[in-house]
Write a protein that binds this ligand. Structure first.
Ligand code: NAP
Length: 317
């Protein structure tokens, strides 16, 4: 039974109230005893007004500094590229003992950008929920987004740090499963599971668009043949993804090189009519897909990813 009179955190400040910020609010409210008050700030007046209207936050502030004041948990839910600036702004206004976290899809650069601005006594526990959709903004969020999904935390002092334990309990309350790792390991893993697939999706959609022999209407008309799933991923927010690639450069370039080598091997097999190699590679890939379904990170239904909120993207971001 949720104890709403003694919430885990008295005041949660969401800096940025888009898909992830609003989903945190929905999931926290669903639980009942995770947070008392939720306050927030975002770049535009329109988002602040919408967030109040939707009941995502109890109070809206024009600046991150005002929102962070007196909060015992601050989660920065902005694009990766502005996290450092936000930390600089809120740093002087944080309560001693407050926990500061984020949800950015890259971890090493965020730690480098944010940590120097956070005063001693404040606990910095970076985070990244591996859950998302291609939608953005305060209306895109929903309470179930994190259910059964992983949330990676990269606490500087490891899993035993009390603030890390408390934040892990918070994410568990939101419905997620928590894993602890270093920021560097996170960035390497996500480069192959999320960042590279997004790069491929952006690229294949653009390539099809640029092909003169495939008209726009044909691209849309015959999109069921695999292309449609790429267009869904490629519909993701360009600001967010620009920041991800600029901030996880080394790991993405490393994975891109490996990808290129594997692609060249497939190209050679096609050229050489080497059906055995093609079959072997495709069978291996199929087994990985089955593994993801068996691990509960997606469903086997043929229309996965298209039925809206019931099926959040697997392995996203
Ligand atoms: P989003 O829906 O586009 O929301 C971004 C929020 O950040 C908006 O409220 C926006 O305010 C605010 N913002 C932007 N620039 C700002 C600034 N300079 N100062 C203050 N607020 C600012 O984005 P999202 O999908 O929630 O992503 C947020 C973070 O979560 C990103 O770091 C991303 O890497 C990470 N993430 C995303 C996903 C995903 O699937 N989308 C999954 C896991 C993690 P306005 O609306 O007022 O402009």
């Amino acid at each position: 039974m949720a104890d709403t009179t003694h919430p885990m955190f008295k005041r949660l400040a969401l800096i940025g109230i888009g898909l992830i910020g609003s989903s945190i609010s929905h999931a926290a409210r669903r639980h009942g005893a995770l947070v008392g008050e939720i306050v927030g700030s975002s770049a535009t007046e329109a988002t602040r007004t919408k967030a109040l209207e939707l009941g995502l936050i109890d109070k809206a502030y024009a600046t991150a500094a005002e929102a962070a004041q007196n909060a015992d948990l601050i989660i920065v839910c902005t694009p990766v590229g502005v996290c450092g600036r936000v930390a600089q702004e809120i740093g002087p206004h944080l309560s001693p003992d407050a926990i500061v976290s984020d949800v950015g899809s890259v971890k090493t650069s965020i730690v480098a950008d944010m940590a120097p601005h956070l005063p001693a006594g404040v606990h910095f526990v970076p985070g990244h929920p591996i859950a998302g959709t291609e939608q953005s903004g305060p209306e895109a969020g929903f309470a179930e987004l994190f259910d059964g999904r992983w949330c990676i935390l990269t606490p500087p002092d490891g899993a035993e740090q009390p603030a890390a334990k408390k934040l892990a309990a918070f994410w568990t309350g939101l419905g997620a499963k928590v894993e602890i790792m270093t920021p560097e390991h996170h960035d390497l893993v996500l480069a192959i599971t999320s960042h590279l697939p997004h790069l491929i999706a952006f690229n294949i959609v653009n390539t099809a668009e640029h092909l003169k022999r495939v008209t726009d209407s044909e691209v849309i008309k015959f999109s069921a043949g695999g292309f449609r799933d790429f267009t869904r991923i490629a519909a993701s927010d360009p600001t967010m993804w620009r920041d991800v690639f600029l901030n996880n450069k080394e790991a993405v370039l490393h994975m891109l090189k490996r990808f290129g080598e594997d692609l060249s091997a497939l190209e050679a097999a096609i050229r050489a009519d080497d059906g055995a190699t093609l079959f072997k590679r495709f069978a291996e890939a199929r087994a990985i897909r089955r593994g993801i379904v068996e691990a509960g990170q997606d469903i086997a239904s043929p229309d996965f990813g298209r039925s809206g909120k019931a099926v959040p993207n697997s392995g996203k971001r």
